[in-house]
Design a protein around this ligand. Structure first.
Ligand code: KG4
Ligand code: ZN
Length: 348
């Protein structure tokens, strides 16, 4: 099934995402319109272990990928012949997990005669905004907060961005998940803490705001986890259970507060007046509220990725891929998936 060359390789892109614990396939038209977006979550497979088990993730991806792509084609009534290109997450992520989707996509592109591009998972998270009703203007300041990443970028256009600051240790999502584990909550802790915090008082306890006044745009969350550990040791499980909502609301507030403060600092430094929020932690209801509020108080524009596109999905990969394919980027057939991005963020 060899495809004839398409004048617009970004016209109908199949996206594939397998970097962590979600297998996802999606088809996006012109980098803007989602025709289908399917996600097979593995949360139940990993929950008994309190975190993602790489070996299980890879096996589940292998099991899920073909039915997902088949489902995406069936639901849209499309075939490989109708597609204009394939975009696949090349990194960063769990290497074994990445390789399942990456190898599958390369083989499918070769068999179908379609152009293929490797996309950075972070580029994908940033492109989730493109799929919202009102895509952000350029330039903007992007806060990307997920289970593996916490960074502020100055985004000048689809291909030009500068990382202004990043976490020096744990990511914000990791801070949520580790705090949740220490408090004995269900995995992933971020979702559970958000839920419990809605009934709590966010000023009940004071948790640390690391690097709040260091003058940088970096974050640090490993001390936060230690603070939650000490809190649990000094108060005991009965006290924790009795005050869970207040504890969750207070520790969530500490994370949200530091994220918003650093965005304000980034605005002062760059003068850029539009903010975007994406990545799994961008689902957090308090972060969304505080982000909007701070932006409005400072006269800034704001775009939040739709919640269903904040956590890992393939529509964001297809959207990023559409821009990359249009710009002429193609995957080198010899290229491999990468667990970490090289310095500067460019893929091999
Ligand atoms: O983007 P994502 O799906 O995967 C990575 O690329 O890491 O993000 C997953 C992270 C997890 O740490 C999860 O706890 C967090 O996003 N998360 C949340 C919420 N929903 C997901 N954290 C706080 N509040 C939420 N509502
Ligand atoms: Zn992600």
């Amino acid at each position: 099934m060899v495809n004839s060359p398409d004048r617009d390789p970004g016209r109908l892109v199949l996206g594939i995402e397998t970097s962590c614990d979600e297998t996802a396939a999606a088809i996006v038209a012109s980098g803007r319109q989602i025709l289908v977006s399917l996600v097979a979550s593995q949360i139940k497979d990993h929950a008994p272990f309190g975190g993602v088990v790489p070996e299980i993730a890879s096996r589940r991806h292998l099991h899920n990928i073909l039915p997902l792509v088949d489902g995406a084609l069936r639901q849209t009534g499309l075939t490989f012949q109708n597609l204009s290109g394939i975009a696949v997450t090349q990194g960063p992520g769990l290497l074994g997990a990445l390789l399942t989707g990456f190898s599958w996509a390369k083989t499918a592109a070769f068999a179908a005669g379609l152009p293929i591009v490797g996309v950075s998972h972070l580029e994908g998270h940033l492109c989730a905004l493109e799929l919202s009703a009102n895509p952000p203007p350029f330039p903007h300041l992007a806060l990307l907060v997920s289970g593996g990443h916490t960074s502020i970028y100055l985004v000048r256009d689809h291909f030009t961005r500068t990382e202004l600051g990043r976490t020096v240790d744990d990511a914000a999502g990791e801070a949520f998940d580790k705090a949740g584990k220490l408090l004995g909550l269900d995995y992933p802790g971020g979702v559970t803490i958000d839920h419990l915090a809605r009934q709590g008082n966010r000023r009940a306890y004071e948790f640390p705001r690391p690097l709040a006044h260091d003058g940088s745009l970096n974050f640090s969350f490993s001390g936060f986890k230690t603070a939650v550990w000490h809190f649990r040791q000094s108060h005991g499980q009965d006290y924790i259970s009795a005050n869970l909502a207040d504890i969750c609301a207070s520790l969530q507030e500490a994370i949200v507060d530091i994220l918003v403060r650093k965005m304000l600092a980034a605005t002062s430094r760059t003068g850029v007046k539009h903010w975007t929020l994406s990545g799994g932690v961008a689902c957090n209801s308090r972060l969304r509220e505080a982000f909007r509020q701070a932006a409005s108080e400072h006269g800034l524009g704001v775009s939040l990725a739709p919640p269903e596109l904040c956590t890992d999905n393939a529509a964001m990969i297809a959207a990023a891929g559409a821009h990359a394919l249009r710009a002429g980027r193609r995957l080198d057939p010899a290229a491999d998936a990468v667990s970490r991005l090289p310095r500067g963020g460019a893929l091999p």
